[in-house]
Design a protein around this ligand. Structure first.
Ligand SMILES: [Zn+2]
Length: 285
């Protein structure tokens, strides 16, 4: 089915797209052109036990894992910005001159603006200002995506892209940030209590990442795509650590939490609808 709309997600690591994999799949299925930008290859992350990867080849392994997930989701265009993963805040990886955290923000923005001008998305997705939970790469891609949202449509920004690369300025209509509402984790807690499962440790971690429900502007129903989301998630084998907080949630409870994806409409050049929005392209002609 052909569709005139285009969507672009700007993220930092392979697997960051998982919070929006259902909506990306939904829109791709409807014919929306979906572009996924990943700034690093996640090479500073931990390797899940039993996975055939080393710190030396982890970037390549994770690139392949992201391409696997992107194919399942139906992403049309995948880009890596070739920065190094900055690791968690306060670690020595933060000081590597090749890492995203050390990158010149104008350079990151220029790369994003080029991709925006090439693919002309109507809607962009990225992390919130805290990068979900404070990861430096998430914060940095948030900043670059916000800057690119504002300048990609301005012909004074990166004029060489327009003149030499034949990429005219393009104005994105809306920018969304990821958001995990507190109610989602409260639902996990309630389901766990019913099943007599102790989730207190992972929930404490989750609640640090949760935002008040009131800030969520947009809820996308992806209940039909829970299996697809999980199969895309499992492409990221090197990140499926059995000791992670996510892995501690029983499957049936986890599936409940995957049925709706929530985001915040942070910037919009079109009139906002009344109440909760259920479609990212609402208001765009
Ligand atoms: Zn990440």
């Amino acid at each position: 089915m052909a569709n005139q709309f285009r969507l672009l997600g700007a993220y930092a690591h392979p697997d960051d797209e998982q919070g929006v994999s259902g909506l990306m799949h939904k829109y791709a299925s409807e014919g929306v052109d979906v572009t996924l930008v990943c700034a690093t290859r996640g090479e500073a992350g931990e390797i899940a036990p039993g996975v055939n990867a080393t710190p030396e080849n982890l970037g390549k392994v994770r690139e392949d894992e992201l391409r696997c997930a992107a194919e399942k989701i139906g992403v049309n265009n995948v880009y890596f910005l070739d920065y190094r993963d900055s690791g968690m805040m306060g670690t020595p990886e933060n000081n590597d001159p090749r890492c995203l955290w050390q990158a010149n923000l104008f350079d990151v923005t220029e790369k994003l603006a080029r991709i925006i001008r090439r693919h002309k998305p109507h809607v962009m997705l990225t992390f919130d200002a805290n990068g979900g939970y404070g990861h430096p790469d998430h914060i940095q891609i948030h900043r670059a995506a916000l800057m690119a949202y504002f300048v990609a449509g301005d012909p004074r920004a990166y004029p060489e892209q327009i003149q030499r690369e034949d990429l005219p300025a393009w104005t994105v209509s809306k920018l969304y940030w990821g958001a995990f509402p507190r109610s989602r984790f409260e639902k996990y807690a309630a389901l766990a209590k019913q099943a007599n499962i102790d989730l207190s440790v992972p929930l404490k971690e989750f609640l640090k990442r949760a935002l008040p429900d009131e800030v969520v502007t947009t809820k996308i129903d992806v209940a039909d795509y829970v299996d697809l989301k999980l199969s895309a998630l499992f492409c990221h084998a090197s990140q499926q650590n059995p000791n992670s907080i996510w892995s501690k949630i029983p499957q049936e409870i986890r599936r409940e939490g995957l049925k709706v994806e929530t985001v915040i409409r942070a910037e919009s050049r079109v009139l906002a609808p009344q109440g909760i929005e259920t479609d990212l392209f609402t208001g765009i002609a």
